[in-house]
Design a binder for this molecule. Structure first.
Ligand code: PLP
Length: 382
């Protein structure tokens, strides 16, 4: 169970876990079961059926809730399933204001799927507080921010947007996937709900798909658990277990992701072939001061603008940076958002936001920093 007054690194390893009572196993087992035998009619031990309860999942939820300093952790089969559940609970038949530069799948779900259930969506640039103020309406149930945003690393002022959302009576959810709780805690900045795609940094090993919501509000948590139980987007026991194994090293991995991310961002800034580097840890980032106020480190996510033909040569020429969607794993990955993660965003909106055809996104892993820069050099023939 959560021990009071222990720091982040200790919580990564211990929060939510105690030795298994039957054998004393130090590691929380994979409770790979769909149901539980009951002691008598109407008498059970708190576990009835796997969609409702699973001890491995509950340990993972308690662990991540502790890392975000929240009262409730609610795990899902994917990050998108987590956001969908929250949108349905907070804004059914109502209105959502969402950052326009989110993970591509988030915008697609809001505008092409939930819109079919009568949900209205306004996409805004959350850096512009007036735009957020203008977008909220009396029936706005949810404001969804993502900071740093994918792939442009825009920063949302969480405290300021929280004030606008709360004045409108809406819930503010912050997608904290890019920063991870090692670097940023949105609840402490004024958000009501944090969402993670645990597929990324929290699991960290590119072998699980998952999502989690963390929040303090008891009534909202109960409602979310009710909808999850009634619709079924739960993670399996093995995936929960792998995620729990992943979070045990989150603090160690993130330290290196932060170091390598900054090193690669600085290296990219020196290259004549690069038109702009987007990394909140660089003084050249237009919101560097805000990022420093909200974040303790800047993670391993970097993007940079190249000429489109150079971008193609780069992503096809790297040997360590693997050409792949996804991010946040120990291995470095490289992608071109326009062709890959953001292909579903209409071209006109993409270009207006600044996602150009030569934008390259780097998920900098925890390999040797010199090997990573040499890999980029050889791919660019430097
Ligand atoms: C990947 C991602 C998601 C979606 O999560 P899945 O686990 O792929 O469903 C949402 N937000 C961000 C920022 C992401 O990177």
């Amino acid at each position: 169970m959560t021990r009071p007054n222990v720091r982040f690194a200790t919580r990564c390893i211990h929060a939510g876990q105690s030795p298994e009572p039957t054998t004393g196993a130090i590691t929380t087992p994979v409770f790979q079961t769909s149901t539980y035998v009951q002691d008598g009619l109407g008498r059970h031990r708190g576990y009835e059926y796997a969609r409702l309860q699973n001890p491995t999942r509950e340990a993972t939820e308690a662990n991540i809730a502790s890392l975000e300093d929240g009262a409730h952790g609610i795990a899902f089969s994917s990050g998108l399933a987590a956001i969908e559940c929250l949108a349905k609970v907070a804004a059914s038949g109502a209105h959502v204001v969402s950052e326009e530069n989110t993970y591509g799948g988030t915008t697609r779900m809001l505008t092409q799927v939930l819109s079919r259930l009568g949900m209205e969506v306004s996409l805004v640039d959350c850096r512009d507080l007036d735009a957020v103020r203008d977008a909220v309406r009396p029936n706005t149930g949810l404001v969804l921010a993502e900071t740093p945003s994918n792939p442009l690393m825009r920063i949302t002022d969480v405290a300021a947007v929280a004030e606008v959302a709360h004045r409108a009576g809406a819930v503010l959810c912050v997608d904290n996937t890019f920063a991870s709780p090692f670097n940023q805690n949105p609840l402490a900045l004024g958000a009501d709900v944090v969402v993670h795609s645990t597929t990324k940094y929290l699991n960290g090993h590119s072998d699980v798909l998952g999502g989690v919501l963390v929040l303090d509000d008891d009534a909202l948590a109960e409602e979310l658990r009710f909808v999850r139980k009634s619709t079924g987007p739960v993670p399996g026991p093995m995936d929960s277990w792998l995620t729990l194994r992943g979070t045990k090293t989150l603090h160690v991995r993130m330290e290196r992701h932060n170091e390598n991310g900054l090193a690669i961002a600085r290296f990219l800034e020196t290259l004549p072939a690069v038109q702009a580097v987007h990394y909140p840890g660089l003084p050249s980032h237009p919101q560097h001061e805000l990022a420093k106020r909200q974040m303790r480190g800047f993670s391993g996510m970097v993007s940079a603008d190249f000429a489109p033909e150079t971008a193609k040569r780069l992503v096809e020429g790297t040997r360590l940076f693997r050409l792949a969607e996804s991010l946040g794993g120990v291995e470095s990955m490289i992608s071109v958002p326009v062709v890959m993660t953001h292909a579903s965003v209409p071209e006109e909106r993409r270009l207006r936001m600044g996602i150009g055809n030569g934008l390259v996104r780097f998920s900098v892993g925890i390999e040797d920093e010199g090997d990573l820069t040499r890999d980029l050099e050889q791919a660019l023939d430097l």
